[in-house]
Design a protein around this ligand. Structure first.
Ligand code: UD1
Ligand code: UDP
Length: 365
């Protein structure tokens, strides 16, 4: 079975790493096609190095641009590579422009598509990620759902049951495979950032709907500043370049927030694991907080990771400063005794096994 693993951004590299490891372990025929959507060292290369992933065979170097420009360039580039390589299957994971364009290019060539993290829905179509998820699910042949709930969503949208595989989430695999390594790396101690374990808060914020809107971004930053004042806990915020750019463009001046460059995965895992609480709009970080039993306040009006709300690890605060402070107070008082709903760290293996079985019964178009 020849597999093309298409990825392009920080979360895709991290979450696809367990699948890549499994393909390596089985000495399967595969290659990595990097779209180049993320290209800064600390959003891209650092993860290949730290997770010891093989080099991408191709990098399309599409870079940044409008949605149409970026998606269009990826479509054109992926199609060329697929025509040359003729793989049996293209694997994509998540909801970025790289995912949608990779899946679309493949399905138009009658190459089978496997979508990892299928069936997630925020039911907010103003988010580019929601459009990407829906379209990718509906052009995929194999839908790897993280949970039974995601499977039910897909069934409700008319996806045939035999295309859906509940595997758990590969982020659990990535976390289990790396947390102990992170803990035993003294370089990554929060103390090197002058933070005391369980005595600081960690924030990330980068989603388009939050940071491309001046009023909303300013309101969330005000909420974070008020959290620092109210609870006397420092906030450390490894800032995504998109958010850094928009802070400059809008002339915002966050006060009392400790802004640092984006971190490596091991460094970030350490900071998450030792945080008293996490405030975020990231999908992956909501999950990781839940798995590590660190309470989470989500700076969005909705989430596709509803399981985190159900188990009580997460709460939706939106963008109002009052609500951000109130939700932080609630979550600081929470018990952190929930059970991780995203599986046991075997998702990468399950995905590869499912594909090999499908291959054995003939991948017909
Ligand atoms: C993308 C995904 C988002 C995901 C995020 C993960 C889409 C529509 N969005 O958002 O779902 O949560 O990745 O981090 O696919 N930039 C750099 N260096 C880079 C990449 C980007 O400086 O390596 C800056 C550029 O100014 C660029 C901006 O970040 O314009 C946004 O990058 P882009 O790839 O368009 O979207 P993300 O915000 O990263
Ligand atoms: N992450 C990281 N360094 C950072 C911030 C995040 O390694 O400074 C990791 C985090 O552990 C998670 C992933 O990036 O695995 C989440 O990616 P991001 O928030 O960019 O995207 P999203 O999940 O929202 O699509």
């Amino acid at each position: 079975m020849k597999t093309a693993v298409v990825l392009g951004t920080r979360p895709e590299i991290i979450k696809m790493s367990p699948v890549i490891r499994e393909l390596e372990r089985r000495q399967e025929d595969y290659f990595i096609l990097h779209t180049g959507q993320h290209y800064s060292y600390n959003l891209d290369r650092v993860f290949f190095e730290q997770l010891k992933l093989p080099q991408s065979k191709y990098n399309l170097e599409v870079g940044s641009g409008s949605h149409a420009e970026q998606t269009g360039r990826i479509l054109i580039g992926v199609e060329k590579v697929l025509l040359d390589e003729n793989p049996d299957i293209v694997l994509v994971e998540g909801d970025t422009n790289s995912v949608l364009a990779g899946a679309l290019a493949a399905t138009k060539l009658c190459v089978k598509v496997g979508h990892v993290e299928a069936g997630m829905r925020s039911y907010d179509r103003s988010m580019p990620e929601e459009i990407n998820r829906i379209l990718t699910d509906h052009c995929s042949d194999y839908l790897f759902a993280s949970t039974e709930k995601a499977k039910r969503i897909l069934l409700g949208e008319g996806v045939p049951e035999n295309k859906i595989f509940v595997t758990g989430s590969t982020i659990v695999d990535a976390l289990f495979q790396n947390l102990e390594i992170a803990k035993s790396s003294p370089d990554f101690e929060p103390r090197t950032l002058n933070l005391e374990p369980k005595n600081y808060l960690l924030a990330t914020l980068h989603r388009q709907e939050n940071v491309d809107n001046k009023h909303r971004f300013a309101s969330i930053l005000e909420g974070l500043e008020r959290v620092v004042d109210e609870f006397r806990l420092p906030i450390i915020y490894p800032i995504h370049p998109r958010s850094r750019k928009m802070i400059g463009r809008f002339g915002l001046k966050p006060k009392n927030l400790n802004l640092i460059e984006p971190l490596s995965f091991l460094g970030f895992l350490q900071l998450e694991n030792n945080a008293r609480l996490i405030l975020t709009d990231s999908g992956g970080v909501q999950q990781e907080a839940c798995i590590m039993r660190v309470p989470c306040v989500t700076l969005r009006d909705n989430t596709e990771w509803v399981e985190t709300l159900e188990v009580g690890s997460n709460i939706l605060a939106g963008s109002s400063p009052d609500k951000i402070v109130g939700c932080t107070r609630l979550m600081l008082d929470s018990q952190s005794n929930w059970t991780n709903p995203f599986g046991n760290g075997q998702a990468g293996q399950r995905i590869v096994v499912a594909l090999l079985e499908e291959r054995a019964s003939g991948f017909a178009c």
